[in-house]
Structure formats: C-alpha cells, structure tokens
Ligand binder design. Sequence first.
Ligand code: FES
Length: 153
Amino acid sequence: MVADPNPQPKPARRRMIKILLGGGLLGSFASFIYPVLRYLVPPLVADLGGDQVIAGKTDELRPNTAKIFRFGSRPGLLIRNSDGSYRALSATCTHLGCIVQYRGDLQEIWCACHNGLYDLNGRNVSGPPPRPLEVYEVHLRGDDVVVSRKREA
Ligand code: FES
C-alpha cells in the first residue's frame, strides 16, 4: 500500500482551520478598530455646563478620602472630610502644575513634585507653591455630588 503524497485535509479539519483563521482576523480587526472608536466617541462625562460637573456619588467616598475628577479640561480634587462633608478644589498645583493629592494622614493637600503643602481651604502653607488652590462650591443633588465654580461677588 502506497501513501498519498498530497493528502487532502479532511473537511472537518479544513472548517476548523477556517474558523481559527477567521477568528484571528476578526480579533486583529477589533484590536485596530476599538482604539479608533474610543478616540472618536468621547467618554460620558456628566458635565452640566461650563461651570458645573457631577464629581461623584454620595456613596462613593468614605470619610477622610478623596478622588480626582474632571472639571472641564482640568482636574479637580473632591475631598470627603472626616465629618462626612465635602469640599472641592482645583487639583492643579500652583507651582508648576503637577496634580495634587489628598493626604488623609495629614488632612492636607500635598503635591509630590516638590513637596508643596496646602491646607484644606486650599491655602499654600509650605513648600514652593506661590498661590492657593482655587476652591469650588459643592452641592448635593440627590445622590450626586455637584461641583461648581464660585461666583464672583
Ligand atoms: S509642582 Fe507642586 S510643588 Fe512644585
């Protein structure tokens, strides 16, 4: 008995190879298209207009913690105080523009770039920052924490 020099794959094997190749091509296509779609479709941001934004939900932060939120094109810092109240400030350091963070252990706002320190009212208390942080108003609307710019008096 002589073996066939060009054995033909069985139809089931051929179908399986087609499925695997098709799946690979589909996966490759999706990995190219997904970033493009994410770029073209802006993320859902609860922007309520130029001067207001929903910075978070009331059940999102434990007391003495904070989060960064997006306020227009700039970052903001939403702090939940130890007593459960909220405060919000600009998160852009007034020295060279690094993003500040809340230090729960100090109950102060700290810039890691050059060890700048602000108090909870945004006043620059030590380090190189030359000016205070901008302070925003915080309102609770249902379970939303709404942050807005302070109106000029
Ligand atoms: S950028 Fe914040 S202290 Fe220098």
